[in-house]
Design a protein around this ligand. Structure first.
Ligand code: FES
Length: 158
């Protein structure tokens, strides 16, 4: 019974897609089963919440997509953080300096590159848990991430 039902479903015209060649000629005897899927095609549309805490205690909350950098979050949400990301993520300014909580810092994936470390050395108010926002890539694990934005920025280009 189940087998007959399956055969009936598969032989239904709606279950098939007639395939055409590049000249638009139909191959009526060449059919392909249309894949049905209920899974999401990618996780990239999932949102990750991030909070930026300014030096005066003001808290700015925003969302980014998985794979976005913190700089992307600031730019895409048009956040009012003065001077943040002046070099647009080309690792030449250090204006995207943020300070993380120890636990958050330690759960960031990957190592700090030499280029980021060099730029961090020029940042104002460097701490052991400082990173450059343009180098922090959001993942689902970072949902709820909170970073402090230092009082002053130092644009290493000037
Ligand atoms: S935006 Fe310039 S170093 Fe990150």
């Amino acid at each position: 019974m189940l087998f007959r039902s399956l055969i009936r479903t598969l032989s239904s015209p709606r279950s098939y897609l007639v395939k055409y060649n590049c000249l638009g000629t139909s191959f009526s005897n060449y059919r392909q089963i249309v894949p049905l899927s209920t899974t999401k095609p990618a996780l990239k549309d999932e949102k990750v919440k991030v909070s930026f805490v300014l030096h005066d205690g003001k808290r700015i909350e925003a969302e980014g997509k998985i794979g976005d950098s913190l700089l992307d979050v600031v730019v895409n949400n048009d956040l009012n953080i003065e001077g943040f990301g002046a070099c647009e993520g080309t690792l030449t300014c250090s204006t995207c300096h943020v300070i993380l909580k120890k636990d958050d810092y330690e759960r960031l994936p990957g190592e700090v590159t030499d280029e980021e470390r060099d730029m961090l050395d020029l940042a104002y108010g460097l701490t052991d848990y400082s990173r450059l926002g343009c180098q922090i890539e959001l993942s689902k694990d970072l949902d709820g991430l909170e970073v402090k934005v230092p009082e002053t920025i130092n644009d290493a280009r000037s």
